[in-house]
Structure formats: C-alpha cells, structure tokens
Ligand binder design. Structure first.
Ligand SMILES: *Cc1c(COP(=O)(O)O)cnc(C)c1O
Length: 397
C-alpha cells in the first residue's frame, strides 16, 4: 500500500527506539545497562497518585472540556504566576496529552510550507521531525561546547529572514543540560524584538537545575516578548509523571484557540484522571522536587567525573536536566575487530554490542561528535555502566 508522503518525511523517535531495543535485549537475558531513558526513574509521589484515585472514586471518568478542566487551568495559571511572573487568562491555556502533544499541535497550527523555524542545535529529536511534518523548513543553528551549547545573539540575528516564523528554545536543554541565564536571554530577546516572529519556550526541565542556577523564561523579560512567546511545559519531568500524559501551552489566545480546535479533532481532552493528578502536582506539596533534584545532582557529579576519567572522552558539567552529552570524537578512527568506528552511531552500536551499555548517538540531536547518556538511573548502574564503557574504550585498537 502507498502511504501518505508526509509520513516518509520523519523518523521514529530514536530515544524511544533505543530504549525499546535495550529492553528487548534485557528480555532475552542480556544484562544491559541503559542510559537511554528520557524520564525520571522515581515513582510518582503518593499524594499525586491519591488525587487520581480520588478522581476515579468520585466519578471523574468522563470527557472533560477539550482544553482541560478549569481547576487544572487555574493551577497552571497560579504556577506560571508564582514561578515565572507571567499572567494569563483561562483562554490563554490549553492542556494536552503531554508536552510533546502540545508541541505537535503548536507546530501544526503555526507552520506550513514557506515558513522557516529556527532550531538551536543540539536539539531535542522531536523538534526537527515536527517542523518537517508541518511542511516548514527547519533552520539549524549550531552551537558547540565552547559556547556552552547556547546560541549567540549575532548567530540568531544572521539566521532571521522574512520567512522566519519562530524559534524553538529549550532551557534547560535536552540533550546538553545547558541553561540560559537571564542576561543571555535578554540579549536574544533584543534580537527578536521588533521582528515578526514567535518564540516557543519548552520549559519542561525548568525545575531540574543545579548549583543555584536560576531558571528564566524569555517571556518574562518584556511585555512585547510575552505577547509573542508560547510557553510549553508539563508535569512529566518535574513530578515523575511521564506516563500520565499531561502537558500544556500558555500564550496568545488566537494560537491557543487554534490548538484547541485541532485537539478537538484528534484526541479531545487529555485523560480526566490525569488532569486531577496534575492539579495536585501543581497545587500540592512540592517537597519531592528538591529531593529528586539533589539525587540527580549527586549522579551528575559522579557520571561527569567518571566520563572525564576515560581517555578520549570529554564531558562538560551540565547545569540542568538529567543528561550528559560527552564528546567522543577523539575515539573515531580507532577500531574493534578490524572495524573502524567513524561516528557516534558506530560508537553507540559498539557499546551495546561489546559492553552491554545503551546510549544515544549524538547525531540524532544534530551533533555527531557526541553521545547522550541519561543519568535517570541508579548510582549503582552509573558506576557499573561507566566501568563497562571504560573497558570497552580500552578494548579499541
Ligand atoms: C520529555 C520532553 C518533552 C515531552 O514531555 P511530555 O512527557 O510529552 O510532557 C518535551 N520536550 C523535551 C525537551 C523533553 O525532553
């Protein structure tokens, strides 16, 4: 059968694919340690689970308004006021089935052929495919480790054309953990100011931030920026709620309305029970968050130290999220059983084959000299996994 051509323009999510492959090998009895996970390894806090149980018991098991229950919209509005100094009305909020769904709806209502969308690289894998699916052209802005994996104002300025529709920002970043300071965002805001373009701010890792770094949303810097920024966030990463599928957008009413209309023709409302759990996550006790972040920080310090101790690998200390993005390019050209490793995919395949360790090749995030490891796994796995990577690297000739 001939499928629609739009589906051939995109690839499956590589992070989900590698996680699935690692799980399949584990099921076959292979002792695989996976650094592929894109989700916290903690359980959802009990008080949040109990809110869902209560919702079931009280019969909140029916369709809700497409864009979310008012209790959740109000909880989101309070959160954005409290944490981000941003004020919104209910008409400026739409709740979707995870932030990925939010971003998908957003790209579908905003972009089309002829549009250009600026994506700083390394980028989260899905931005590229979502933009391609919309028909727009992704404009990749490369950043290196030397600039902290953050775009510079002059770079942004040079990339903006008449066709630029938006830029997709992600701080803290997946995969690099880079966090933009308020001053860096202000310099970018100045470039965007006066231009006919939108800023999409994916704040999903907002709370996972280390060493007294402060999170800033570009929308909070000026009224003008606020009016053309769409804030995307959700409960998945902050509250270990990846499976519950609740994400949201806050922004100009016209865009939110369009997203709601699209959603009314695809998923309808996000799960009613999950919405009540999300109300509790946002309004309830926040104590689980710093506990999780402190555990991530401990793991980050260990994994960065151990990676840097491996000859041929260098790894910067990330300021946020739960990933490291080490440079492994000085190992390219070395070989294993006569096979030379020449890129991040070769190196990743080698680690899985020879060391039973699953990582994600940097090429999927736009940077082929790197690999991504998630440290959303136990310290014990980190120690054992890094020991294996070290031996595997030593085994190259
Ligand atoms: C995990 C992730 C998301 C999506 O999270 P949901 O579970 O769909 O809410 C969005 N952006 C980035 C950068 C992510 O890593």
């Amino acid at each position: 059968m001939k499928l629609a051509s739009r589906i051939s323009t995109i690839k499956p999510s590589p992070t989900l694919a590698i996680t699935a492959k690692a799980n399949a090998l584990k099921a076959e009895g292979r002792d695989v340690i996976s650094f592929g996970a894109g989700e916290p390894d903690f359980d959802t806090p009990d008080h949040i689970k109990m809110a869902a149980v209560k919702a079931i018991e009280e019969g909140f098991t029916k369709y809700t308004p497409v864009d979310g229950i008012v209790e959740l919209k109000d909880a989101i509005i309070s959160k954005l006021g409290r944490d981000n100094q941003l004020t919104y009305d209910r008409s400026q909020i739409v709740v979707s089935c995870g932030a990925k769904h939010t971003l998908y709806n957003l790209t579908q209502v905003l972009f089309e052929e002829g549009d250009e969308v600026i994506i700083p690289s390394p980028y989260w894998v899905s931005y590229l495919d979502m933009v391609l699916l919309s028909g727009a052209r992704p404009v990749i802005l490369n950043t290196g480790e030397a600039q902290g994996f953050k775009i510079l104002p002059e770079q942004l300025k040079a990339a903006i054309t008449r066709n630029t529709k938006a830029i997709i920002m992600n701080s803290p970043s997946n995969p690099t953990g880079a966090v933009y300071t308020a001053r860096e965002l202000a310099a970018l805001a100045e470039v965007v100011s006066g231009k006919e373009m939108l800023v999409i701010s994916d704040d999903i890792y907002e709370k996972i931030i280390y060493d007294d770094r402060q999170f800033t949303n570009i929308a909070s810097l000026s009224k003008e920026l606020r009016d053309r920024t769409v804030v995307v966030n959700g409960v998945s990463k902050t509250y270990s709620m990846t499976g519950w599928r609740i994400g949201y957008a806050a922004g100009p009413e016209e865009i939110i309305k369009a997203m709601t209309k699209l959603q009314s023709q695809n998923t309808s409302n996000p799960t009613s029970i999950s919405q009540w759990a999300a109300v509790e996550a946002l309004n309830g006790n926040q104590e689980s968050v710093p506990v999780m972040v402190e555990e991530f920080r401990r793991r980050r310090d260990v994994i960065v130290e151990k990676l840097n101790a491996i000859p041929g690998i260098t790894c910067a200390l990330p300021d946020g999220a739960f990933y490291v993005f080490p440079d492994v390019s000085s190992l390219f050209g070395r070989s294993y059983q006569g096979q030379a490793l020449s890129n991040s995919s070769d190196f990743t395949a080698y680690l899985l084959e020879a060391a039973n360790v699953a990582v994600i090749p940097g090429v999927d995030f736009g940077h082929d000299n790197h690999i991504r490891l998630s440290y959303a796994t136990s310290l014990k796995n980190i120690e054992e996994g890094l020991k294996r990577i070290n031996s595997a690297v030593k085994g190259l000739s």
